[in-house]
Design a protein around this ligand. Structure first.
Ligand code: FRU
Length: 490
């Protein structure tokens, strides 16, 4: 179906109760609905927004177009949780209502101030000539959960030297001062991040552009996020327009980070190591982090890619968010671990220790469409070993280690309904290790695989048949010692 501009920019109130219930029913009937991931009731979800811990609860909003699986008029949809595992749908958090956000309440972030949660977001608007205008706006949520928008934007103008691609404020506080980074495009069509400061979250001062070594690195940097962890400064962003290089940058757009010394807010300098991708899978973009009550830095991303058709589109919805991951730093690298609370999902447990020697092996209980599984491989002389899951007559998804090339390889060539095949069906990354650990979270239509306790992560949607449930371990050209534990989910 081709969506016209009018259809894309329809407000949810313009849809009749009947249209909405039909859409809901269509979505409900989709065989790829997720079971333990945040997903939209209808329509399209993209970036996580306003991820925060406030008043004893986690709050997480997301970019939402309710009326179909396309990037249309964006709302902030609000969810909350006490444990990062079970999320409650609260409803629309911020709706486009005025001239500043008439064409979408775009991405942004949240911070607590004077007992309230301040939500800073980008108001996206288009004028009569369809020229984009971008404003940074504020909405404030009180203790009862009521959200009120401020009438006027808090940042009206785009500073000289930048185009209208100016969005996605991520706010933090240092001492008494609030800072926000904003993703921007220079007039010469290269991407960057700029910095503002404020004492009250209402009056903002343009500090300037953050100086990095990445002068010409893509045409736009979306969704920046700056934080400090273990004495380092980390700037996450999602650059657009990076060419593929060896195993890198294989997706349409990328998400990654630079890490180095803490940001010098006076000199606006960030000395840093080279850009590194956060995730090695097919579907990961625009992540956002927050610090929770226990001081943990937690990241959630959008499990999807812009401008790509997904098999669920036909059923009236698209995309979900990733599981929350706790971040730490080791060797100038972000380490990502699924948050401990996810253990709450574990039910029946199965465990196997075995040697796999040039063969494929299946075990009792090792079957399913939604589960968690940890596979430890050691003492290997096999050239390749790994596991196939969601295996059916003609389907399988493979995660394996190639010990000759020293690479972890995710292969979704035979995962089921194809997605974005023009970007390839295999993803790889280098890993030199004597022991290899794959930690999988498999949902109805996705997989997140944490490699060697979070050194790398592969996040991907897959669209297999419901009866593709098999799990097979394998080794080729030698043997490997396997120790694996699997948990069925509730
Ligand atoms: C990233 C992004 C943001 C923007 C939002 C709109 O996916 O393009 O830059 O604020 O999505 O939905």
């Amino acid at each position: 179906m081709i969506w016209t501009t009018e259809q894309r920019y329809r407000r949810i109130e313009e849809a009749s109760a009947e249209e909405l219930s039909e859409l809901r029913a269509k979505v409900k009937g989709c065989k790829w609905r997720q079971t333990f991931h945040i997903q939209p009731e209808t329509g399209l979800l993209n970036d996580p927004n306003g991820f925060s811990y406030f008043n004893g609860e986690y709050h997480l909003f997301y970019q939402w177009f309710p009326l179909g699986p396309v990037h249309g008029l964006k709302y902030w949809y609000h969810t909350k949780s006490k444990n990062l595992v079970h999320w409650e749908n609260v409803g629309i958090g911020i709706a486009p209502t005025n001239e500043y956000d008439s064409h979408g309440c775009y991405s942004g972030s949240a911070i607590e101030h004077e007992g309230k949660l301040y939500l800073l977001y980008t108001g996206n608007s288009r004028d009569r000539n369809w020229i984009r205008h971008s404003y940074q706006c504020l909405a404030i949520m009180d203790q009862t959960g009521k959200i009120e928008k401020r009438k006027e934007p808090v940042i009206h103008h785009i500073p000289n030297g930048y185009t209208n691609h100016f969005r996605d404020p991520k706010v933090w506080k240092e001492g008494k001062t609030f800072f926000t980074v904003i993703g921007a495009q220079r007039e010469n069509k290269t991407g960057c991040v700029v910095l503002y400061s404020s004492n009250d979250l209402i009056n903002w001062k343009f500090e300037g552009e953050i100086k990095t070594n990445l002068g010409a690195f893509g045409y736009m940097w979306e969704c920046p996020d700056y934080f400090e962890l273990q004495g380092y400064g980390v700037l996450i962003f999602s650059p657009q327009g990076i060419e593929p290089y060896e195993d890198h940058y294989q997706n349409l757009y990328q998400s990654g980070y630079i890490i180095g010394e803490k940001l010098d807010v006076e000199r606006l300098s960030l000395s840093h190591a080279p850009f590194q991708e956060i995730d090695r899978g097919f579907d990961f973009y625009a992540p956002q982090t927050m610090v929770d009550g226990n001081g943990r830095r937690i990241l959630i991303g959008w499990m999807g890619m812009p401008e790509i058709e997904y098999p669920t589109d036909k059923s009236g919805w698209a995309h979900c968010l990733t599981l929350p991951r706790e971040l730490t730093i080791s060797d100038n690298k972000l380490i990502q671990k699924p948050v401990k609370e996810l253990e709450l999902l574990r039910k029946q447990q199965y465990e196997i220790k075995d040697v796999i020697d040039q063969e494929k092996k299946m075990y009792n209980g090792f079957i399913g469409t939604t589960f968690e599984m940890i596979c430890d491989f050691e003492n290997f002389d096999a050239k390749e070993f790994g596991v196939e899951f969601r295996v059916g007559d003609c389907e399988k998804t493979i995660i394996k280690y190639d010990s000759i090339q020293k690479k972890v390889i995710l292969d979704r060539t035979f995962s089921g309904q194809p997605v974005a095949e023009e970007y390839g069906t295999v993803r790889k990354c280098f890993l030199d290790a004597a022991k290899v650990k794959f930690h999988l979270f498999v949902d109805t239509s996705s997989v997140e695989i944490f490699i060697n306790d979070g050194e790398e992560v592969f996040t991907s949607r897959i669209f297999p048949q419901e009866d593709s449930k098999g799990i097979r371990f394998f080794a080729e050209g030698g043997k490997v010692l396997l120790h694996t534990t699997k948990w069925d989910f509730e």
